[in-house]
Design a protein around this ligand. Sequence first.
Ligand SMILES: Cc1cc2nc3c(=O)[nH]c(=O)nc-3n(C[C@H](O)[C@H](O)[C@H](O)COP(=O)(O)O)c2cc1C
Length: 171
Amino acid sequence: MELLELLKERYSVRKYSERPVEQEKLDKIIEAAMVAPSAKNFQPVRIYELKSEEAIARIRGITRCAYNAPVVMMVTVDKNIEWHNELEEGVTSGQQDAAIAATHMMLEAASLGIGSVWVCWFPNTAVHEAFELPENEKVVLLMPMGYAADDSKPVANHFNKISKEEMVREL
Ligand SMILES: Cc1cc2nc3c(=O)[nH]c(=O)nc-3n(C[C@H](O)[C@H](O)[C@H](O)COP(=O)(O)O)c2cc1C
């Protein structure tokens, strides 16, 4: 499938079937994250595959945005490794590095027939503590994923897109 076609077909999946995701597919999804660009190629992104019964129960207990998915990817950034912009105090690359790695994962998943949803609405500190993450890592996002339920469909909001004129300014 053409990439643009895949981009247009993808939507946030919030209802999953119980069918487990094959490890080979998860490996490819991780491989996609591994080839993502990062500022200065510092590669500060860390990915936790939450898929054991215990880890899944723990994340579901913290956020309803786990959506009963069989797998939840937790994307963190190592604050000691992310790039710092010395021209602008406080500007670091971690969020962007995590976003591009997560985008690679989301799109590779879609190309393999695996649905996913990007999740930022969760208590970051509670997640950090629940998984006893190292002090130097910050949790950026969660990405529940799995096979979409038979009756899964995009929510109405999915189709609301601003016009090209609203989005693009030619200078
Ligand atoms: C940065 C970001 C944060 C998001 N956080 C959540 C979230 O916490 N919970 C959720 O259900 N969806 C979340 N989403 C999914 C968006 O709601 C969704 O992408 C958007 O409504 C467009 O729908 P679509 O993905 O089906 O095209 C998030 C998406 C992005 C990019």
